[in-house]
Ligand binder design. Sequence first.
Ligand SMILES: Nc1ncnc2c1ncn2[C@@H]1O[C@H](COP(=O)(O)OP(=O)(O)OP(=O)(O)O)[C@@H](O)[C@H]1O
Length: 263
Amino acid sequence: MTSAIRMRDVEMNFSGGRDGSSYLALRNVNLEIREGEFFCLLGPSGCGKTSLLNLIAGFVTPTRGKVESRGAAVAHPGKDRGVVFQSDRALFDWLTVEENVSFGPRMRGEPQAQWRPVVDEMLELVGLADHRRKLPRELSGGMKQRVQIARVLANSPDILLMDEPFAALDAYTRGVMQKEVTRIWDASRRTVVFVTHDIAEAIWLADRIGIMTRGPGSHIRQVFEVDLPRPRERMTTGFVELFNRLSEAIDAEAGHSAKAPLQ
Ligand SMILES: Nc1ncnc2c1ncn2[C@@H]1O[C@H](COP(=O)(O)OP(=O)(O)OP(=O)(O)O)[C@@H](O)[C@H]1O
């Protein structure tokens, strides 16, 4: 079976610092993400999670090695890979919810008869059908992130790339959005690559969790299977045991206790 994403001996060396310096963010990254799976990338702050996601998105090219999406080399961003950013500033604040969600198909010149049913379906899927005429400033943080998700899904990507999309939300909304995103993933069956530094969030969401080593020269240290039935319960033995194993792996990387209490 073709992998959704395959990275082979990938290196990312950022050069051209203002003082002429360079920084080797990633080295020897080898990673295979399966079709339809929910994969979380977890690692200490600054290890290179966003850099890795940006390579898959095609925003940057590796200084060495190969990145493939469904067997084809990734050379630039493409509509097969949709990105949901942490910040809701990614929305066009002068466009309504519906105009934001239909932006991609309209820019590609698709006729309304073609994009309308897709946009309607995505607005239903993220629970915003009744808010389609609102502007982003009239929405809560969680609603804005749902608009971003709907906008990306309206482009029918094969792969959804999410970079700490709920980091700016309060704990309650974050919990709601974690449930939402599993429901949307379940309904749309896209491959998802989700960056987080929150261990419990990763266990709640993922089929597999890739732990990254501390930089410089970060790579995938270990991949954990999350063999727990959904919906997951945070206080079950399986959840807590995996939480502790992941905490130990991350602590070993961060060089100190990164373990926040399980909530
Ligand atoms: N364009 C760039 N030029 C130079 N260095 C960069 C660039 N982008 C990232 N880096 C460096 O690469 C390293 C990894 O950054 P990255 O943002 O990928 O980490 P991260 O794991 O996503 O961090 P966090 O969890 O704090 O968001 C950092 O040391 C960062 O300073």
